[in-house]
Design a protein around this ligand. Structure first.
Ligand SMILES: *Cc1c(COP(=O)(O)O)cnc(C)c1O
Length: 476
């Protein structure tokens, strides 16, 4: 029987959802035309939002209305087709619907017992992702909050393996008093993997880096590094690096792993580069990933599901479970798969539903088309850069990232760097397209990443227009 108060609560919920739906629909409809970033200052955002905790509450529909009105200037159009900053995906219709429903049904995807539907959905999503990328079906895995946490999951398994090789249980006994576990990668290793080494007690400063001329690790330099390391070692391969999208030769790294006398674990950071494997046109770039011991990737980038979402795969399921083993009488005796035994968290969001809907609605062919369209857009933009006076390409665009800069025309290096940093801010402020800056080969540069499922050549033309106008106005 429904009490009067529960029917009132249902009505209040309904009104709040109707408001959220209206705000969301208006935002999504505005995305094609909306300025891509408003760039308010921190003071302006604080003035718009900061206030003491309200003493009295308010109507939920009014709360969400008020937040949107006050915060709107600081909302970027990052899910839209003209946001080329960092490596940023959008949200497919199916993914958004799945994500909304996941909030409404509010399942705890940590334990089988708290939601058999969520646990089984996650298993299916992991299966589909392995099928999409041609990875071995028997690998263990889990969804994570992103590629940083996916790197962490892979490297936790790696650390556990290395400890076992050295005769100790890293998760159980800790690292104190034990021999060090060396980690090698290239100079292009992603900052998130370096952060993980700090979190893991392996030490950010202990990382040894081989040169990566052109963005791809020098295999001879990596072999030389490995010769200096006697015992078991963790190799982090990059597929791909974030500035220009270049891949390490993962098959060659797997050969080095196999040949290392003290044993080695190959972890591959494929945050966006793993998606090359979804297209027969680009799968060769990631050749050898299927030989890795662990792989990290993002779903909120090229899978185009909402934040936050990523996934990790580990070849040796037993090592992964050993790393996360923890007993507690109140969670024992599960009938099915318990995701919390594969990831750092216990309770967790039901991320699998957005990914399931996205994969179901696009299928293998749909994702292949998304990847190929994005790479074609990047190639079109790179060609434009190469043929436009006053700007230059910094490195070949291997996949979906184009790195370029405005030429100094008589300026010295420092002034040319400053010109390019100013140009990034000017393009962002222009509102037609969003790009971000970087440093490549010691030079300040501009990068545009293509991973939004909706971006068309018309959007690329808008990006080109913004870059051309800013270049003209700044290089005069
Ligand atoms: C984005 C990215 C990461 C970090 O991913 P998050 O989802 O931001 O945690 C790691 N590695 C590479 C190569 C990336 O592009």
């Amino acid at each position: 029987m429904r009490s009067e108060s529960s029917s009132t609560a249902a009505a209040v919920t309904e009104q709040a959802l109707v408001r959220a739906h209206a705000l969301a629909s208006a935002f999504l409809q505005s995305l094609p035309e909306r300025p891509v970033a408003g760039l308010p200052s921190p003071d302006e955002m604080a003035a718009a939002l900061d206030e003491p905790l309200p003493e009295a509450g308010c109507d939920p529909a009014a709360a969400i209305d008020e937040w949107f009105a006050r915060a709107e200037r600081g909302i970027t159009a990052s899910p839209g087709p003209r946001f080329f900053g960092f490596v940023t995906g959008g949200v497919t219709p199916a993914a958004l619907a799945g994500d909304w429903l996941a909030s409404a049904i509010d399942q705890n995807a940590g334990l089988w017992a708290s939601s058999p539907a969520a646990a089984q959905t996650e298993l299916v999503v992991l299966r589909w992702l392995k099928e999409l990328f041609g990875l071995p079906a028997d690998w263990a895995g889990a969804l994570t909050s992103g590629a940083t946490m996916a790197n962490l999951v892979g490297l936790i398994a790696a650390r556990q393996w290395a400890g076992r090789q050295l005769g100790f249980d890293a998760a159980g006994d800790g690292l104190a008093g034990q021999p060090p576990i060396p980690v090698v990668s290239s100079t292009e290793i992603h900052l998130s993997a370096v952060k993980c080494l700090g979190t893991l007690g392996l030490g950010r400063n202990q990382l040894r880096k081989a040169a990566a001329p052109g963005g791809s690790v020098d295999i001879a330099a990596m072999a030389a590094l490995l010769r200096e390391v006697a015992g078991p070692v963790i190799i982090v391969g990059n597929a791909a690096e974030v500035n220009t999208g270049q891949f390490d030769d993962i098959a060659a790294l797997a050969d080095l792993r196999d040949a290392h006398p003290g044993g080695a674990w190959l972890h591959v950071d494929g945050a966006f580069g793993l998606f090359a494997s979804a297209s027969p046109r680009f799968a060769h770039l990631g050749r050898g990933i299927e030989r890795a011991d662990s792989v990290a990737s993002d779903a909120h980038k090229w899978l185009n599901v909402p934040y936050d979402s990523g996934f990790a795969f580990v070849r040796d399921a037993a090592i992964l479970r050993e790393a996360f083993a923890a007993g507690g009488a109140y969670v024992l005796g599960s009938a099915g798969w318990d995701p919390f035994t594969h990831v750092p968290e216990m309770s967790r969001r039901f991320r699998g539903l957005a990914a399931w809907c996205a994969l179901k609605a696009f299928g293998r062919q749909g994702y292949r088309a998304v990847v190929e369209r994005c790479v074609d857009n990047a190639a079109a933009f790179a060609r434009w850069v190469e043929t436009t006076p006053g700007i230059e390409l910094m490195n070949p665009a291997a996949l979906n990232i184009v790195c370029f800069r405005i030429l100094g025309r008589g300026r010295d290096e420092a002034a040319t760097d400053e010109l390019n940093r100013t140009a990034v801010r000017a393009i962002q402020g222009d509102g037609r397209a969003f790009v971000t800056g970087t440093v490549w080969n010691g030079h300040a540069a501009i990068r545009a990443a293509f991973d939004n499922w909706q971006t068309t050549l018309d959007d690329v033309a808008l990006l080109q227009g913004a870059v051309a106008d800013v270049t003209r106005s700044l290089s005069g």
